[in-house]
Write a protein that binds this ligand. Structure first.
Ligand code: NMN
Length: 172
């Protein structure tokens, strides 16, 4: 039995993430999705709460034959203890997945196997692209699973991200 750990901010969970989960599913029996920066929300970079991101992930993955766990991971001031913090919040895992250079470095130093994929770069680009389209009334819906459209609409997410973008104090 192999369990993976895929860490990301998932702001929002989009088709690049979904493709990544499908790719990781070929390696593992179970997958933990670590919801990074879980304590942040209501900013342009992190508009959605951990709970809202859990809904997006759970509803997007319900149709797939993979056991998944969504675990919120708050940010810490100390990078040196972040991997221990992750381990203290997550079910045990064998392989971590990320393309974030800091995340890769921290897991490597902790002696945990870390795999990256060229697709992760696309993820980062798509996350900011999805948020930009949400702010400018563009077509963000085609970049995310249908379940995410439903969750964002249910919580008036577009109104929120446009409001925090207007207030212009939290941009990245
Ligand atoms: O690759 P992304 O989508 O940015 O996700 C990585 C996540 O891991 C982010 O939420 C980031 O804040 C988090 N992280 C936190 C620490 C810390 O709290 N010291 C260190 C490395 C990564």
């Amino acid at each position: 039995m192999t369990r993976g750990f895929y860490i990301g901010r998932f702001q929002p969970f989009h088709n690049g993430h979904l493709n990544m989960v499908k790719q990781i599913a070929e390696d593992v029996d179970e997958l933990v999705l670590g919801i990074g920066s879980a304590d942040d929300s209501h900013t342009v970079r992190n508009p959605f709460t951990a709970g809202e991101r859990i809904m997006m992930i759970t509803k997007s993955l319900v149709e797939y034959d993979l056991v998944t766990y969504a675990v919120p991971i708050e940010d810490l001031e100390r990078n040196s203890v972040w991997v221990s913090h992750v381990q203290s919040m997550s079910p045990d895992f064998d392989i971590a997945y990320s393309n974030n250079p800091l995340v890769i470095q921290l897991f490597r130093e902790a002696g945990i196997e870390i795999r990256q994929s060229p697709m992760f770069n696309r993820d980062v680009l798509e996350g900011s692209e999805v948020r930009e389209r949400m702010i400018t009334d563009g077509d963000w819906q085609s970049l995310v699973p249908d379940a995410v459209v439903e969750v964002v609409e249910e919580m008036d997410g577009i109104e929120r991200i446009q409001m925090v973008s207007d207030s212009d104090s939290n941009g990245d």
